[in-house]
Ligand binder design. Structure first.
Ligand code: SF4
Length: 94
């Protein structure tokens, strides 16, 4: 498992990222050129695509407003977009 927590419903036990190098999901500990980052994130997202924990993982990351890494098939910019969309929907509904 990449993440050092236990989810209340245990979804992390089904994670496809279990045992994988966290660098694939969170990036290297050095400057990462954009092309390299996009390729790395695409590879991580491909793993997420077949993960049975995709939905709870994604909602966890969105709920925590996780700043870094690929979670539930979403990268950092993807999550910001989803959160902004949800805020917009919330305002329109309210
Ligand atoms: S959706 Fe991706 S980041 Fe989340 S648990 Fe599955 S493989 Fe890991």
């Amino acid at each position: 498992m990449l993440f050092s927590f236990e989810a209340p419903d245990g979804w992390e036990l089904d994670a496809r990222c279990r045992g994988r190098d966290a660098t694939l999901f969170f990036g290297p500990n050095r400057f990462e050129p954009k092309r390299e980052r996009l390729a790395r994130e695409a590879e991580a997202k491909e793993i997420c695509r077949s993960c049975p924990a995709l939905e709870p993982c994604r909602e966890y990351a969105l709920g925590q407003e996780e700043l870094y890494g690929v979670w539930g098939g979403l990268g950092e910019a993807d999550r910001r977009t989803v959160l902004l969309q949800r805020q917009g929907l919330h305002k329109r509904a309210g």
